[in-house]
Design a protein around this ligand. Structure first.
Ligand SMILES: *Cc1c(COP(=O)(O)O)cnc(C)c1O
Length: 409
């Protein structure tokens, strides 16, 4: 069933699982275990934790976590999955599993912040170097690759400033040099584009997709989890070995929350997208806003790349997450921008995204980037994660807060 239904939304609901004899229900059972009990010593001695042929210990998986892993492989088009306690743990596990002293990792300058700070604070003392590349300039990536480069991180679009890179071009540069690529696929979530089939012809794939399940797969703002998905057994084993030695496990109840949320994920993602695009377009017309950073808007940084990768979905309407940023006219003070955020009633001030409640967060753009950003207008950045509230109510809320905070210039 799982392989034959043409649409992902169907495959996420009708998924193979094996209920106990004589029982069938929409949701799979939830198994919880640290100890796994063996029928006898001989069975204990022959069981193998590195593949899914048997169960050995809760840390190495239960039927519930194996089911979730399979569904996430279905979502992203991968073959193997490792579950970790957060999205950041997915990033850290990939980097620590693949990098050794003397080697180098390249990270896009607009990446999720803790990726680069983890490289500076944790990888550098291990003798692992890192450098930041301009994601909008494949030639800059090519120039920063050295014989020591072992891993290149990709992210589409970048966190906070939302530039959509030319992923196929970046990937081809890495592949030509035999460098492993890891995509932070949290924004695309397996729905906006296929990380293991970027051009739709089965030819171009990242090596690793890391995903903060905390966001859309959870959908509730209440679970922290991450996944690391691959299509190469040897690469998977390297990650799985480090995962085991770091003792990274996830709980059965959290896995259950994810299994409950996955079937509605495609619908939620589409609803977040439609509302976010409506509000992003409306904000483009507000006088205090000098730039709206949303890859689906014509003129936004990397829009053409978004169009090529994500523009086919929904009969040509394309697919995007419910996330975007605005740059407020630089003549307004940070205090006024803070007042705007504080004046919002439905939008709550908080990190993360993908949940039902709309969120807002001001960011100090200058402190976040090390390379020049000529494509970004001068001003102060505010990021929105659009939830599932009525879009009219959200627009009204934005209108009243804009009016409170920004007197006409
Ligand atoms: C949130 C996020 C992460 C980290 O996920 P956590 O579960 O919060 O640790 C990583 N990458 C991106 C792009 C994110 O948005």
């Amino acid at each position: 069933m799982q392989d034959t239904a043409p649409h992902l939304s169907t495959r996420l609901i009708h998924h193979d699982y094996t209920p106990p004899d004589g029982f069938m229900a929409p949701a799979p059972a939830v198994h919880k275990a640290s100890t796994v009990i063996f029928p006898n010593v001989a069975a204990m001695r022959t069981r193998e934790w590195k593949d899914k042929s048997s169960y050995t210990y809760g840390l190495h998986g239960t039927p519930t976590t194996f089911t979730l892993e399979e569904r996430l492989c279905t979502l992203e088009g991968g073959l193997q999955c490792v579950l970790v306690p957060s999205g950041l743990a997915a990033i850290a596990t990939v980097s620590l599993a693949l990098l050794r002293s003397g080697q180098q990792v390249l990270i896009p300058d607009n990446a999720y912040g803790p990726n680069a700070s983890m490289a500076a604070a944790t990888l550098a003392p291990l003798g692992i170097k890192h450098a930041l590349y301009d994601p909008l300039n494949p030639a800059d990536l090519a120039a920063k690759i050295t014989p020591a480069t072992q891993l290149v991180w990709l992210e589409a679009p970048g966190s906070v400033t939302m530039e959509f890179p030319d992923l196929p071009a970046l990937l081809r540069i890495c592949q030509a040099q035999g460098i492993t690529t890891a995509l932070d696929n949290t924004w695309g979530a397996g729905l906006a584009f296929a990380p293991f089939d970027l051009e739709g012809d089965g030819q171009l794939a990242v090596d690793i997709s890391a995903h903060a399940l905390t966001k859309y797969p959870s959908g509730g703002g209440d679970v922290l989890m991450g996944s690391i998905i691959t299509r190469d057994p040897a690469l998977h084993l390297k990650i799985k070995l480090l995962h085991m030695h770091l003792g990274l496990g996830i709980g059965g109840n959290d896995a259950e929350m994810l299994l409950r949320s996955l079937p509605s994920m495609a619908l939620r993602y589409r609803a977040h997208d439609l509302a976010a695009r409506h509000l992003a377009r409306w904000l483009q017309q507000q006088p205090a806003v000098v730039q709206v950073l949303h890859p689906a808007l014509p003129g936004a940084p990397g829009h053409d790349h978004w169009q090529r990768m994500c523009g086919q979905a929904h009969h040509g309407d394309g697919a995007a997450a419910g996330l975007f940023s605005i740059i407020v006219d630089g003549r307004y003070s940070q205090q006024q921008v803070d007042t705007f955020c504080d004046s919002l009633r439905l939008f709550k001030i908080g990190y993360s995204w993908g949940g039902p409640i709309s969120l807002v967060m001001p960011y100090a753009l200058q402190a976040m980037r090390s390379l020049p950003t000529p494509h970004l207008r001068h001003g102060k950045l505010v990021r929105f994660s659009i939830g599932l509230e009525s879009v009219q109510d959200l627009q009204q809320d934005l209108a009243q807060a804009l009016e409170q905070a920004f007197v006409p210039l």
